[in-house]
Design a protein around this ligand. Structure first.
Ligand code: FPP
Length: 227
């Protein structure tokens, strides 16, 4: 691909449930298929030189889903991270989480922490999973930290206390499945992102479709409020 890779891509992986329903499968089968696509897209981003890929895996609102689906997602995230470790290490991928993981089970918190520690020296892509993440919650937690530290409320200070500290703003935001909403995802970090909405359900999303989006992005002119 001749295109310049963006530094930061963020994705709302939507449509797993509908994908499964269309195939007469349980919604959870859609989530499993979605996790496989997350792996493929992560590898592709790493190969084409993207620096950061942030995936919305569990939102602060997802607790409202049926108990069994929430439990399934927790187990899936745990299984995914255990399987991924070897792949992260082989490919120089660094793993990071954002969100308030203190609400997760102790065992899941431990796996998240260990995966972050073991991959901390990865020099290629950083894969960021948004886990129990909500942007408003993140901003509130950041402002509380400023209060505790007695720091002035400035853009720089807020930014330095967000979960995404050190990570550049989003360049490309993608939402699959035809929904055109941000759903409390990286509200601060998406201030100047280019947004792409596709009807494809997440389990059907391919690296070719991502390449097309990156081409389109390369043809857009970003003015950041200037002219
Ligand atoms: C939205 O589809 C998807 C989620 C709420 C969860 C996203 C989780 C995954 C893709 C699997 C886990 C991923 C990793 C990387 C561990 P939906 O269920 O809202 O679909 P629907 O709108 O069609 O019902």
């Amino acid at each position: 691909m001749d295109n310049k890779a963006p530094s930061h891509i963020a994705i709302i992986m939507d449509g797993n449930g509908r994908w499964a329903k269309e195939r007469n499968l349980k919604r959870t089968a859609g989530h499993s298929a979605g996790a496989d696509v997350a792996r493929k897209i992560t590898m592709h981003c790493s190969n084409i030189g993207v620096d950061y890929l942030t995936l919305y895996a569990f939102s602060t609102e997802n607790w409202q889903r049926p108990r069994l689906e929430v439990e399934f997602l927790m187990k899936l995230i745990e299984k995914y991270l255990k399987q991924e470790l070897a792949i992260y290490l082989e490919n120089g991928i660094r793993f990071k989480s954002i969100g308030d993981v203190s609400k997760f089970s102790k065992s899941l918190q431990k796996i998240i922490r260990l995966t972050e520690e073991k991959t901390a020296h990865g020099k290629k892509l950083t894969q960021i999973l948004a886990l129990n993440y909500g942007s408003r919650d993140e901003i509130v937690r950041a402002v509380r930290k400023l209060n505790e530290k007695n720091l002035e409320v400035t853009e720089a200070n807020i930014e330095a206390n967000l979960d995404t500290v050190g990570i550049p703003d989003v360049d490309i935001l993608i939402r699959t499945s035809g929904e055109v909403r941000l759903s409390n995802y990286l509200l601060w970090q998406n201030a100047y992102s280019e947004m792409f909405f596709t009807n494809t359900y997440w389990p059907d999303f391919t690296k070719n479709e991502l390449d097309d989006i990156i081409s389109d992005y390369n043809n857009r002119e970003r003015r950041f409020g200037g002219i």
